[in-house]
Design a protein around this ligand. Structure first.
Ligand SMILES: NC(=O)C1=CN([C@@H]2O[C@H](COP(=O)(O)OP(=O)(O)OC[C@H]3O[C@@H](n4cnc5c(N)ncnc54)[C@H](OP(=O)(O)O)[C@@H]3O)[C@@H](O)[C@H]2O)C=CC1
Ligand SMILES: CC(=O)[C@@H](O)[C@H](O)COP(=O)(O)O
Ligand SMILES: [Mn+2]
Length: 386
């Protein structure tokens, strides 16, 4: 009999979180659940904690402590609330942490898990974008393991394993193009929140859905890929692939291109992060190639999707510029979701804030938190002023 691995899920009530719950429930012979966390969704957190027989449940909003304690009364599940409790939950000795909080808010708990040498299944790409090399240095220092959950990076990880960097010529990061792949700029000016949230292939949380619509998601993923895989920036290319069946590709020095394919269902990459280096059974829809018929590929259009250009610029200039890009984007996306700005203004605002704040050399994690806070204040002030 093999020992169960214990798993903590940060952001358990979200899209990645609930897909993870589905796998854990179906493989309860292999995994036990340690901590589960959410931000404000107390009832859903409590119900998942009970269902999975978790040892601990933490709500990010400190004002919701009593409500969570009440919802879990009569169980022996430990209860916590607030940022410190989230960090303490990450410090608990679970074998695997699934990092599925959205945005830079996930950075402190993810770092806490890394610093105790955990295996981290990383969905929360914004953490790598804003803390980049400092975060991967912590991974190396503490002998932690970072397994990508993001579908493209999981694909690259699955085909790249153990290959030396000099054998890789290109990483081809696929992008669906989002709901506005074929829209003109004039059309995109007036798209609604509902239209922007309607991703053609994936069911995801609101923030990443908007990022896919602006293609900032692919920009963030470009930076994420550069931190995860040993390939020069100019060798990471973005290719639009509307079907989201090829999740990414690696071209080797001998001309071979290896790809990972699958249905657009996040349970596959999540399961790989949980079971790596093994695989476990997942009941995702299987590909029917005769039904699919053809797979298409196109060049991305940086005129209609300027976020791609901004993310490439942030990666090339480095330092704190990716932190600025990420923070400004988080605030602008939230403003769009609250109907305060139009769709095209998201990238315009990110560009303005990047120009205004500029870059500094990045030397400490404290600087990441300070830059992120400054960017959020300045972006909110800019939005309020226009
Ligand atoms: N969804 C997907 O298919 C994919 C997602 N990703 C990445 O995974 C991450 C999660 O995405 P997704 O699941 O779609 O997002 P969701 O919005 O669906 O879920 C976010 C989760 O994080 C929690 N949360 C939100 N804000 C905070 C905060 N300030 N502090 C603590 N917890 C917080 C939410 O809790 P509550 O419910 O209480 O608000 C929820 O559990 C993102 O970084 C995204 O880019 C990557 C690839 C694919
Ligand atoms: C499922 C996943 O990994 C998302 O990041 C997805 O890639 C979004 O689709 P886009 O390719 O449209 O950004
Ligand atoms: Mn992705």
């Amino acid at each position: 009999m093999t020992l169960k691995k214990s798993v903590s899920v940060f952001g358990v009530t979200g899209s990645i979180g609930t897909s993870t719950v589905d796998i854990l429930r179906n493989h309860s012979d292999k995994y036990s659940v340690d901590a589960v966390t959410a931000h404000r969704n107390v009832q859903s957190l409590a119900s998942i904690a009970k269902d999975l027989n978790a040892r601990c449940a933490v709500i990010g909003d400190p004002d919701l402590f009593h409500e969570l304690r009440e919802a879990l009364a009569g169980t022996d599940i430990e209860v916590g609330a607030g940022e410190t409790a989230l960090i303490e939950a990450a410090e608990r000795p679970s074998d695997i942490v699934i990092a599925a909080i959205v945005g830079a808010a996930g950075l402190k708990p993810t770092l806490a898990a890394i610093r105790r040498g955990a295996r981290v299944g990383l969905a929360n790409k914004e953490t790598l974008v804003c803390a980049g090399a400092l975060m991967t240095a912590e991974v190396a220092k503490h002998n932690a393991t970072l397994i990508p959950v993001d579908s493209e990076h999981s694909a690259i990880f699955q085909v790249l394993e153990d290959k030396a960097d000099k054998q890789v010529d290109r990483i081809l990061l696929t992008a669906s193009g989002g709901p506005f792949r074929e829209r003109s700029l004039v059309d995109m000016k007036s798209v609604t929140r509902k239209q922007a949230l309607a991703h053609p292939n994936w069911e995801m949380g609101a923030k990443i859905s908007i990022d896919s619509a602006t293609m900032m998601n692919k920009g963030l993923e470009l930076i994420e890929a550069w931190h995860l895989f040993p390939v020069a920036e100019e060798r990471i290319e973005i290719v639009v692939h509307p079907q989201s069946v090829v999740h990414s590709m690696v071209e080797y020095c001998d001309g071979s291109v290896l790809a990972q394919l699958g249905s657009p269902d996040m349970r596959t990459p999540i399961a790989y992060a949980l079971a790596w280096p093994d695989r476990i059974k997942v009941d995702v829809p299987r590909l029917d190639f005769a039904m699919i018929g053809s797979l298409n590929f196109q060049k991305p259009d940086t005129n209609r999707f300027p976020a791609l250009r901004l993310a490439r610029q942030a990666l090339q200039e480095g330092g704190t510029l990716p932190t600025v890009l990420n923070g400004a984007n988080e605030v602008a996306v939230e403003a769009f979701l609250q109907d305060k700005i139009g769709f095209l203004e998201i990238a315009e605002i990110v560009e303005t804030v990047m120009e205004k704040i500029g870059r500094e050399d990045l030397t400490s994690l404290n600087q990441v938190f300070e830059t992120d806070a400054l960017v959020r204040r300045q972006t909110a002030a800019h939005i309020a002023a226009v």
